[in-house]
Design a protein around this ligand. Structure first.
Ligand code: AP5
Length: 232
C-alpha cells in the first residue's frame, strides 16, 4: 500500500516509536498520529508541558532533563497510565519516548492488559550518532505549538520563525552538546535493552531513520499498513 491511500481511522495495536535522541521520533509520531487519527503521546512533551506551567512535577523533571538523565520509572508510568485511560486513546495511540527502560516496558504490558488492549507494534528508528548530534544541535522548536524545525533545513533557518504560528523558535535546554552526550549514553544503557525485551515478539521492526523525513514516514506507513492488513 502507498502513502496516498488513507487507512481507516484507528489502529489494531498501539504503536511504540523508539530510537535514540534525534532519531526523528517526534517528527514521525506527529505524521503517524495524523495518518491514523490517533493521539500522539510524547512523555518528553508531557514533562516540558509541566515545566512550562511550573508544576511541582515540572520542577522535579526539569532538573533531571537538564542533566540528560531519566525521570524515575514510577513517575513516568503513572503519567502514561493516566493519559492512556482518556477516551481518545480507545482507538489506539502513538507512544513517543516511552517505554525507555525494561521496567517501563513491563509496566506498559501490565497497564495495556488492564485496559484490555493488545501488545504494541514496536518501531525502532536507526540513525548513526554523527547525524544524531547534527540534528539535535540544529533543532529548534515552536514555543507555542511545539512544531519541530532544524536550522539545516531551508527556508526555516533563514526565517528562524515558526511557519504555523509565526513566532520565534527556541532551542531545547537539553540540546546542548554535553547534555546530548549524556542522553545518548542513557539510551545505550537503559533503552537499548528495551529493544531486546520486545525482539522475540514478532511485533518489532527496525527501520532506517537517516533518509529524508518523507521517506522515513513512507517506510513507517508501509510497515504498519502491511501488518495491520494481516489483522494481527
Ligand atoms: P524526549 O523529548 O523524549 O527526547 P529524546 O528521546 O531524547 O528525543 P528527542 O525529542 O530529542 O528526539 P526525536 O527522536 O523526537 O527527534 P525529532 O523528531 O525532534 O525526552 C526528553 C527528556 O525527558 C529525557 O531526556 C528524559 O529526561 C525525560 N523523559 C522523557 N520520556 C521519559 C521516559 N519514558 N522515562 C524517563 N525519562 C523520560 O528530530 C530531531 C531533529 O532532527 C529536528 O530538528 C528534526 O527537524 C530533525 N529531523 C527529524 N527527522 C529528520 C530526517 N529524517 N531528516 C533530517 N532531519 C530530521
Amino acid at each position: 500500500m502507498t502513502g496516498a491511500a488513507q487507512p481507516a481511522r484507528g489502529l489494531h495495536r498501539p504503536v511504540v516509536l523508539m530510537g535514540p535522541p534525534g532519531a526523528g521520533k517526534g517528527t514521525q509520531a506527529k505524521k503517524l498520529a495524523a495518518r491514523y487519527q490517533v493521539p500522539h503521546l510524547s512523555t518528553g512533551d508531557m514533562f516540558r508541558h509541566h515545566v512550562g506551567r511550573g508544576t511541582e512535577l515540572g520542577r522535579r523533571a526539569k532538573q533531571i532533563m537538564d542533566r540528560g538523565e531519566l525521570v524515575p520509572d514510577d513517575v513516568v508510568v503513572a503519567m502514561v497510565e493516566q493519559r492512556i485511560a482518556e477516551p481518545d486513546c480507545a482507538q489506539g495511540f502513538i507512544l513517543d519516548g516511552f517505554p525507555r527502560t525494561v521496567a517501563q516496558a513491563e509496566s506498559l504490558d501490565a497497564l495495556l492488559r488492564r485496559a484490555g488492549l493488545p501488545e504494541p507494534w514496536v518501531l525502532v528508528l536507526r540513525v548513526d550518532s554523527g547525524l544524531l548530534l547534527r540534528r539535535l544541535t540544529g533543532r529548534r522548536m515552536c514555543k507555542i505549538g511545539g512544531e519541530i524545525y532544524n536550522v539545516y533545513d531551508r527556508p526555516v533557518a533563514a526565517a528562524d520563525r515558526c511557519l504555523q504560528h509565526e513566532c520565534e523558535l527556541v532551542q531545547r535546554a537539553d540540546d546542548r552538546e554535553e547534555v546530548i552526550r549524556e542522553r545518548l549514553a542513557a539510551y545505550q544503557v537503559h533503552t537499548q535493552p528495551v529493544i531486546e525485551f520486545y525482539r522475540g515478539r514478532n511485533l518489532l521492526a527496525e527501520l532506517d531513520g537517516s533518509g529524508a523525513p518523507e521517506a522515513v514516514s513512507q517506510a513507517l506507513f508501509d510497515w504498519i499498513d502491511r501488518n495491520e492488513d494481516r489483522g494481527r
